[in-house]
Structure formats: structure tokens, C-alpha cells
Design a protein around this ligand. Structure first.
Ligand SMILES: CC(=O)N[C@H]1[C@@H](OP(=O)(O)O)O[C@H](CO)[C@@H](O)[C@@H]1O
Ligand SMILES: [Mg+2]
Length: 558
């Protein structure tokens, strides 16, 4: 590194001292904290993004968001060239960078790491970073900090995409690195044209046969604004947007949004007795999560949640159906058997896992966090993953897509009503509609709507695929959650010794009982999950396990 680069880094970083007494960690969802203490972290993440761009010789993404967290929080995540999450191998460097106490130690870290990774700072490569932010007011000043970080590496440029959803930014990075057009308009065009294509292939054409009104809770965030732009380009879908964030009293994620709805299981603000029985959906604050819900009666504020597991089940059912239409016995299609796999975490409702296995699908569990689910899904020709909280997508392998393209050509002259041809065209359209970089509430919503239309199903028909087992989640504050070691996709505890046997003994007391504990990757708590055949039983099992956590690891336990 030459003297010019060194002094640029020293000078710029001295403008962004780290706040005293805070430890930052690039957890499951990037850096996240109160926005007031994040400037130095975002500045340093800008440096990291530029270095990642130099290392990969590709465009990198940087998204400023704290998703479903409170409006006063913010955060930053890096998108790798594929549009996916930053490689885990760089996470320790991200942590070290964010916590370096002063400019000199920061410079030393950068010098050492760049030597190890063979990154040469000679200004010859033009590192490019696509920048996006959600609607949080703190986003603007943090964006400036990010730019300063990027500019402190000679030859690096930041391209500001403005206010976008997290999945939009990831999509743009992926598209641009594939040499395709990657503006917001391109994103909307791709989603709307592939949606139209699937709808046109539906048995009744794009004319809607089921109740087509969908009410969307935009979480008072960026998703609402974007869904309005998208809806303008769509026919065959009637969306009523609520909680758009436009009103003076509308506070991001407060009493609204996918996280609130899925965790609290009560109606979000702006919904009520007039919505009984209607098809409703909630996005989260940065629109990478999607859940549906039904208000079952005017007498309660409770809702029936149609969560990520049910979205996964609907997608899996649809894809499986298309594969079996293509795979007519005795036809040439038998020669290649595409492998369809589904990926969940331990939080998936047991009834969903049972349903998917009954469908004959390969179901795998991974640890919590979409990076784990995403990576596992890449093992399949078609890998579908979802977290129960509504983050998920469908991944198509290059091999499978080129096989589908060949089939399309072969069937070009087949009659318009050829079922095989339609199935091929549908799956190709799904691969264009669904965001293959990360889970995306907008593209997920369009696919749900298109499939419901295809099947002629109401939200009630969909919800009846299986009935969720009653479940309960609790948080327990412990002395040191890093003392916990889990295994088997976090379903079992290895350390502290003895606790797993105690959990097993509790769980065995309950019909259809299942429970586990794990340290959260985003909060300083231990999460306890339990399910059983009745709500009372699930509550009681969760409480017993929480007591065990407290006994073995609690604050009072010295
Ligand atoms: C039970 C639960 O919902 N956990 C969430 C939560 O992780 P924790 O490690 O459980 O804090 O935040 C993650 C990031 O948003 C998300 O991927 C995950 O599903
Ligand atoms: Mg989110």
C-alpha cells in the first residue's frame, strides 16, 4: 500500500471514531444497532465493500437497513457478487474492522488482511459498490458515512440506488454482475412480465376466477411504495395497500409488518373486523419477508397466520406438480430426473415438515439464518427454502435451467394446449419471477398470487393444506449465551452438559411434543421453542424448558 493510500485511510477514518464501550458483530443479519452509534461501523463497512469488490473483481452491494427492528435502529449488510450474503469467510474481518480501536490499528488490519487475500491497492481496479437504504431517517447520514468509507480506497466508487428494498439491491448486484440490466425499472419489468406469463398460462387465462382482492400491510416501510409502483405495471391483480408509511402517524414496524404479525399473531394496525375472511399479507420493514394472514372473526384481534412454512408448501406443491406434468411415463423426459429439495430450520412448524415429507420431498434442516438455508438449497436442481418468519425463495441450478431452455425449444411447435409445454414455460417464468439472490416479499407475493389463481384456491383452501401444531417461543436472558454449543441444526445442546437430557425428559411428557433452545444470533438472549398437540401443552413445555435454561445458564446462577 503506498503512502497516498495510507494517509487517505488514516485521515478519513479519524473522522469516524468508534463509540466507546460498544462491541459490534457482523451477525446473522449484518451489523445492527442504534443508528446513533453506527457511523463508524458503516464507514468501515464501506472500506470492506471496496476491498471485497477488489478481491472478487466484481460489483458489491451495501444495504443500509435494520429490517423489522425499530425505526431508531439501523444496520448495514454486504451483498456478494452473486447477490447473496457476504461470504462467511470475511465475517471475522468485518468484526475486527468494526471494532478496531483507532485509525492506526484499522490501517494495520487492512494491510494484514489485504496481504493475506492478495488485494493490491494500486488504484488500477475500479471497485464498484451499489448502495441502497430503507426509509429510516438515519439512512441518509449513514449513506454519507458509507460513501466516505468507499472513497477512502483509491479508485473506488459508490453508486447510490436511493431508497430500495433489500431484495431489490441484491437483485441489482446479481443482475449487473451477470452482465444484465439492473435498474429498478428492469427489476419491475422482469417481475411483472414473468408474473403475466404465469397468469396467461393459467387454466382460466389471466382472468381472475377467485376473489382477487389482496390487502397488503406495508409495515410503514419501503415495500409499500415499491408495491404501488409494481402494481401499476400489472393486470389481473387487485392490491389494496395499507400501512404505506405515508401518514404522519405511521411509524415503521410499529404494530405492523410481517415480524409483528408472525410473532404476536394479532391484527396489525389498520386492519380489523371489516377484513374478516379476506386475503391479507404483511411485508417487513425492508420487504424481504412475507407472511399472509386471515382475520377469522370480528370478535377477536387474533389472526390465523399463513406463514413462511405454508408459502414454502404452496411453492413446493406447485413445482412438484409441474415436474410431474413434464415427466409423463414413457416420454423422453424420464431420462433426466431433476432433484427438488426443500430446506427449513428447526423453527418450521412440525406439521409443515410432516406435510412436505408426505409429498415425497427431501426435507433438510439447517441452522437459523438465511445464509445457511440458501447455501443448502444450492445443492438441488430446484431448492426451495423458507424460514417460518417468511424469508425464503426458490433457487434453480444453471444445469436445470439450460435443460428447461432445451425443452422449450423442442416443444416450440407443440400445440398451444400441450400440458408439457405449459409446465416448461411456467417453471421458466417462475425462475424469472422469483428473486434468486435472496428472499423477496414482492416477488414471493406475486408467485403466491399466481399459484392461488392457477389452483383456483382461496386463502382458506391454501391454509387448509395442513393445520399448524400449536407452538410457543420464549426468550430467556442468560449470563453468557456464547457458552452454549448446539448441534444437529441447533436442535440439540452439547454444552452445558446435562441440559439436553433434561429437555428430552420434559418433551417426552407431551404428545407430539418437540422443543429446543438456542442462543439468538441477533439478540443477547436464548430462544426457546416448543410445540405440542394443544396450545396449553406447548406453553407449558416452553415454560419448563425456559426454567431449565435459567437453571443451567441464568443470571442468578453463579
Ligand atoms: C426465531 C427467529 O425468527 N429468528 C430470526 C432472527 O435470528 P436469531 O438468531 O433467532 O435472533 O433473525 C434472523 C435475521 O433476521 C432471522 O434469520 C431468524 O429467523
Ligand atoms: Mg427484513
Amino acid at each position: 500500500m503506498d503512502e497516498k493510500q495510507k494517509s487517505l485511510l488514516l485521515k478519513a477514518s479519524s473522522q469516524f471514531p468508534i463509540p466507546p464501550g460498544v462491541k459490534f458483530s457482523y451477525g446473522t443479519a449484518g451489523f445492527r444497532a442504534d443508528a446513533l452509534i453506527l457511523e463508524s461501523t458503516v464507514f468501515r463497512a464501506g472500506i470492506l465493500a471496496a476491498m471485497r469488490s477488489m478481491k472478487t473483481r466484481s460489483m458489491i452491494g451495501m444495504m443500509i437497513t435494520a429490517s423489522h427492528n425499530k425505526i431508531s435502529d439501523n444496520g448495514v449488510k454486504i451483498a456478494d457478487p452473486s447477490g447473496g450474503m457476504l461470504t462467511q469467510q470475511w465475517e471475522p474481518f468485518a468484526d475486527a474492522l468494526a471494532n478496531a480501536p483507532d485509525s492506526d490499528s484499522l490501517l494495520r488490519l487492512i494491510t494484514d488482511f489485504s496481504k493475506k487475500e492478495n488485494i493490491v491497492f494500486d488504484g488500477t481496479f475500479r471497485a464498484e459498490i451499489l448502495l441502497g437504504r430503507d426509509t429510516r431517517p438515519s439512512g441518509e447520514s449513514l449513506l454519507e458515512a458509507a460513501k466516505q468509507g468507499i472513497h477512502s480506497i483509491v479508485g473506488s466508487v459508490g453508486i447510490d440506488m436511493g431508497v430500495v428494498t433489500t431484495p431489490q439491491l441484491h437483485w441489482m448486484v446479481r443482475a449487473r454482475n451477470k452482465g444484465m440490466k439492473g435498474s429498478e425499472l428492469d427489476y419491475f419489468e422482469q417481475l411483472s412480465s414473468s408474473f403475466r406469463c404465469i397468469m396467461d398460462l393459467n387454466p382460466g387465462g389471466s382472468v381472475n376466477s377467485v376473489d382477487n382482492k389482496l390487502i397488503v400491510d406495508g409495515s410503514n416501510g419501503v415495500g409499500g411504495e415499491k408495491i404501488e409502483s409494481l402494481t401499476k405495471m400489472l393486470d389481473g391483480l387487485n392490491i389494496e395497500l395499507r400501512n404505506s408509511g405515508a401518514g404522519v402517524m405511521d411509524i415503521l414496524n410499529e404494530g405492523v409488518g410481517a415480524d409483528f404479525v408472525q410473532k404476536e399473531k394479532v391484527v396489525p394496525d389498520g386492519f380489523g373486523s371489516n377484513d374478516v375472511g379476506k386475503r391479507c399479507a404483511s411485508l417487513d420493514g425492508d420487504a424481504d419477508r412475507l407472511v399472509y394472514f386471515i382475520v377469522p372473526s370480528a370478535d377477536t384481534n387474533k389472526i390465523d397466520i399463513v406463514d413462511g412454512d405454508k408459502i414454502l408448501s404452496l411453492f413446493a406443491l406447485f413445482v412438484k406438480e409441474q415436474l410431474s406434468i413434464m415427466n409423463i411415463k414413457g416420454s423422453e423426459y424420464n431420462s433426466y430426473q431433476p432433484c427438488l429439495g426443500v430446506v427449513q430450520t428447526a423453527y418450521a412448524n412440525g406439521a409443515s415438515t410432516h406435510y412436505l415429507k408426505e409429498l415425497g420431498l427431501a426435507v433438510t434442516l439447517t441452522p437459523t439464518g438465511v445464509k445457511h438455508l440458501h447455501r443448502k438449497s444450492e445443492d438441488y436442481d430446484i431448492g426451495i427454502y423458507f424460514e417460518a418468519n417468511g424469508h425464503g425463495t426458490i433457487l434453480f441450478s444453471e444445469k436445470f435451467l439450460s435443460w428447461l431452455e432445451d425443452k422449450r425449444e423442442e416443444l416450440a411447435s407443440a400445440p398451444e394446449d400441450s400440458q408439457q409445454k405449459k409446465a416448461v414455460l411456467r417453471l421458466l417464468a417462475v425462475s424469472n419471477l422469483i428473486n434468486q439472490a435472496v428472499g423477496d416479499a414482492l416477488s414471493g407475493l406475486l408467485l403466491v398470487e399466481a399459484i392461488l389463481q392457477y389452483k383456483g384456491w382461496s386463502i382458506h383452501d391454501w391454509n387448509a393444506l395442513y393445520q399448524d401444531l400449536p407452538s410457543r417461543q420464549l426468550k430467556v436472558i442468560v449470563k453468557d449465551r456464547t457458552a452454549i454449543i448446539t448441534t444437529n441444526a441447533e436442535t440439540e445442546v452439547l454444552s452445558p452438559m446435562g441440559i439436553q437430557e433434561a429437555i428430552n425428559a420434559e418433551t417426552a411428557k407431551y404428545p407430539q411434543g418437540r422443543s429446543f433452545m438456542r442462543p439468538s444470533g441477533t439478540e443477547d438472549v436464548v430462544r426457546v421453542y416448543a410445540e405440542a398437540s394443544t396450545q396449553d401443552a406447548a406453553d407449558s413445555l416452553a415454560n419448563s424448558v425456559a426454567k431449565l435454561v435459567d437453571k443451567y445458564l441464568g443470571i442468578s446462577n453463579s
